[in-house]
Design a protein around this ligand. Structure first.
Ligand code: GLC
Length: 485
């Protein structure tokens, strides 16, 4: 366990070089943009690739890494690039019989040819689910922000949505509203025992369905199609059921844990709703007691028969708050939890990707002895500066939507955010905008970290924008806000 930092060793003091750092960050960011079919279409994942091994794919446009890029470009009013990014990704939506509807993890133009990776070129041949789910979310945010309704209603976009929905809205063996995925299906793309229904994927599914509904409604206003009406009905129902399912099985607080610990086990029958997944009290980890304290709450990482994954995942939780899957009081319980566990989750380099890391035999078994995911490193408890803005945006959006609520807590959260921002500003330029950081305090640059990682750079610019330029702009991330605002 990390010891508490002394006041002097903390790295969040304001810095007079702010303007210079921002200016440099903007220049680095501009250099990451590359074209496809003659027009700028997105950012490479990292700039370092130029000096490194050719087979590395950091020189490609990754869909997930381009989420903050596209949000930033929209803030700057550079909609043409966003549209090109969405259009090229849509052109690349798989038509293969076994993967029809899937969007690629990454793509790039090589000698005039578009090359895309759906998993067939990546380490471990993993699949990308989050990229497919992010597409409609980004498309919906783009249509709302730019007012480009024609794009949203175009047959290409509407067809793309239907193909994607085909992958979700279908019967399954277990009959729950979650999407089942193999290990490594999202940002955590190396074995980490995150197969089944990992939080991040399920939260993205919720937001993707919500966005598909918004986009389909644009069409329904003009044509009264029975088929579209039916898809809308099913999508709305699915979104509702998924949210209920996640709130019931993933949300934990000190109170819910005390109920869980005393539930009956080994129950048969359709009418037992106390312990559907037959979770034994022994699986509840010790660290949870202090982690939750009295008024904290969060969504656990995964639910599988008898084996919930109690690890805390920063991105899934931030998105659950940002996209309004959590109720407003739950969002505040999450903020309290992060504040309470600040020494773990923020430490010297906000923000840790997941907590706690797996160690020893568990690490051997669950990661396949993956040296990159060594305890406290990379996906296994490493620190990723690119994650901070998601959490920051969820706080700022909460504040905008609930201005009267718990002013004291929200004041503390804003201070925390500001300190995290300074901590980035003081360290990232020196550390060459590294991809990730290692160790229990996140002080050391990641052992295999890339440098000039785009989402590190643009995440910092976004945090600056939302904190210091225009906090009202976080409203663009509110999926429930309708067109025309
Ligand atoms: C690594 C990360 C993944 C990211 C990619 C490109 O594979 O695990 O999340 O998208 O690098 O930066």
């Amino acid at each position: 366990m990390p010891t508490r930092f002394t006041e002097q060793s903390q790295r969040f003091r304001p810095n007079s070089n702010e303007e210079q750092v921002l200016q440099k960050a903007r220049e680095h960011f501009e250099a990451t943009l590359i074209g496809v079919q003659g027009e700028l279409a997105g950012s490479v994942a990292a700039m370092e690739h130029r000096r490194a091994d050719d087979a590395l794919n950091y020189g490609e446009i990754f869909l997930r890494d381009n989420v903050p890029v596209m949000i930033y470009l929209m803030l700057e009013g550079r909609f043409a690039i966003v549209k090109q990014f969405l259009s090229v990704s849509l052109q690349l939506q798989s038509t293969n019989v076994q993967t029809r509807g899937v969007f690629p993890t990454s793509f790039v133009e090589e000698e005039g040819e578009l090359v895309a990776d759906y998993g067939q070129r990546s380490i471990g041949r993993i699949t990308s689910v989050d990229a497919s789910l992010w597409w409609p979310i980004l498309c919906w945010i783009y249509v709302k922000r730019s007012g480009d309704i024609d794009f949203g209603r175009s047959p290409e976009v509407q067809r793309g949505l239907q193909l994607l929905l085909d992958l979700v809205l279908h019967p399954s063996f277990e009959g729950t509203p979650v999407l089942f995925v193999p290990d490594c299906a999202f940002m955590i793309d190396r074995p980490m025992d995150v197969w089944g229904a990992p939080l991040e994927v399920e939260v993205l599914l919720f937001a993707a369905l919500r966005s598909c509904v918004g986009l389909m409604e644009l069409c329904q206003r003009h044509e009264n199609s029975v088929l579209l009406g039916e898809r809308l009905r099913l999508s709305r129902q699915w979104t509702h059921d998924l949210r209920q399912f996640l709130l019931k099985h993933y949300w934990v607080t000190s109170k819910t844990m005390q109920v869980l610990r005393r539930r009956p086990t080994e129950q048969y029958g359709e009418n037992q709703h106390h312990n559907e997944f037959n979770v034994q009290p022994q699986v509840i980890p010790d660290w949870l007691q202090d982690w939750l304290e009295n008024r904290g709450g969060y969504m656990i990482g995964n639910m599988r028969t008898g084996r919930p994954d109690f690890r805390f995942y920063s991105l899934g939780n931030s998105l659950a708050s940002l996209f309004g899957l959590l109720t407003a009081p739950q969002q505040r319980a999450l903020f309290r939890l992060v504040l309470h566990n600040r020494d773990h989750l923020m430490a010297q380099m906000p923000m840790r990707i997941c907590h706690p890391p797996m160690e020893g035999v568990e690490w051997e078994n669950k990661t396949g002895s993956d040296p990159k995911n060594w305890p406290w490193s990379y996906h296994n408890g490493g620190h990723w500066p690119s994650l901070l803005w998601f959490f920051g945006a969820s706080i700022l959006l909460h504040e905008r939507l609930n201005p009267q609520a718990d002013v004291l807590l929200m004041g503390q959260m804003k201070t925390l955010l500001d300190e995290c921002y300074w901590s980035h500003l003081n360290q990232l330029p020196r550390q060459q905008w590294a991809e990730y950081f290692d160790g229990p305090t996140g002080t050391w640059v990641g052992q295999q970290s890339r440098t000039y990682q785009t989402w590190t750079i643009v995440g910092f610019l976004l945090m600056h924008h939302f904190l210091h330029i225009n906090p009202d702009d976080v409203l663009m991330l509110n999926l429930d806000e309708s067109m025309g605002h």
